[in-house]
Design a binder for this molecule. Structure first.
Ligand SMILES: NC(=O)c1ccc[n+]([C@@H]2O[C@H](COP(=O)([O-])OP(=O)(O)OC[C@H]3O[C@@H](n4cnc5c(N)ncnc54)[C@H](OP(=O)(O)O)[C@@H]3O)[C@@H](O)[C@H]2O)c1
Length: 264
């Protein structure tokens, strides 16, 4: 990776955001644009991406929509090629896209499990590796982990495990790259987005006690990234949950999480 060999990156720099047509990704796009960043927006729904890009452009930034299905073995390479082929210089990579699979693991659909692994784990690892090559003497990475990654999650077992991977990977790479590339992990608890419906979580009580807005998550994540923080937990309630999980016996954490994830 070329480091420190080029000019200082342009401020405030262009952010590439995966999963930008809805939820936290769309809120992050608005947050980055509000701070003067150009944005590259990736998702499948063309109309939504186009509308968001148009709204952001009217605020004076350049917003480039890229319509792509990221659920493929070559998605990271295809996206990297598309971005570099268009001559877009990326200063900030936001690995936001992610999906969940809900229900007992023994009844799970293997195709949905593969999609979840590709989007939540393989894609951010590959994109981070590929875009680190582009950062010339700077650059930033913001990864969407989750509070789910801090515990075993019966009922959402593979989703929690995928986020444990993202949380661990991101913190470790942040340490490796300290002083060269700012890498920030954001760990929201439940957020009011399309996520639960997409995961088929209608029966779950997740989020019924405490949930956050995508706008609050985006604002807190952006501030943490710019401040060079390694881990951002964007609500007081979830910071308390984090502390409790650290001191509670693991068996208790497993059982409480099973109860929270199960039916209302
Ligand atoms: N919501 C929560 O409670 C919560 C909590 C903690 C962490 N997170 C994490 O935050 C991130 C964003 O979640 P969210 O809640 O904002 O989810 P969301 O509202 O469901 O949005 C997901 C985004 O990903 C895109 N997407 C899904 N599949 C795709 C594919 N195959 N190819 C390209 N784009 C795809 C969707 O757009 P298209 O359908 O247009 O492609 C959409 O823009 C995820 O990593 C999630 O794990 C969420």
């Amino acid at each position: 990776m070329p480091r420190g060999s080029g000019d200082t990156p342009r401020e405030p720099g262009t952010a590439l955001i995966t999963g930008a047509s809805a939820g936290i990704g769309a809120a992050l796009a608005r947050e980055f644009a509000a701070h003067g960043h150009d944005v590259v927006l990736v998702a499948r729904r063309e109309e939504r991406l186009g509308r968001l890009a148009g709204a952001l452009e009217s605020e004076g930034v350049t917003a480039t929509p890229l319509v792509m299905d990221l659920d493929s073995a070559t998605a990271a390479m295809d996206l990297h090629e598309e971005v570099t082929g268009r001559g877009l210089d990326i200063d900030i990579l936001v690995n936001n896209v992610g999906v969940g699979t809900y229900g007992p693991f023994a009844d799970s659909d293997l195709d949905a499990e593969r999609t979840q692994l590709r989007l939540n784990v393989v894609l951010p690892v590959e994109l981070t590796r590929l875009f680190l090559e582009e950062f010339d003497g700077g650059g930033k990475v913001l990864n969407l982990g989750s509070m789910a990654g801090t515990a075993p999650g019966p009922g959402l077992s593979t989703y929690y495990a995928s986020k444990a991977y993202v949380n661990s990977f991101t913190e470790a790479v942040a340490e490796e790259l300290r002083g060269e590339v700012d890498v920030t992990l954001v760990c929201p608890g439940p957020v009011d987005t399309e996520f639960a419906a997409r995961a088929g979580m209608g029966e779950s009580s997740v989020g019924s006690v405490s949930s956050n807005t995508p706008e609050n998550v985006a604002e807190t994540a952006y501030a943490g990234l710019m401040a060079g923080e390694t881990v951002v937990i964007p609500s007081r309630a979830m910071r308390a949950v984090d502390l409790l999980r650290r001191v509670a016996p693991r068996a208790v954490v497993r059982r409480v999480t099973r109860w929270v994830n199960s039916g209302r």
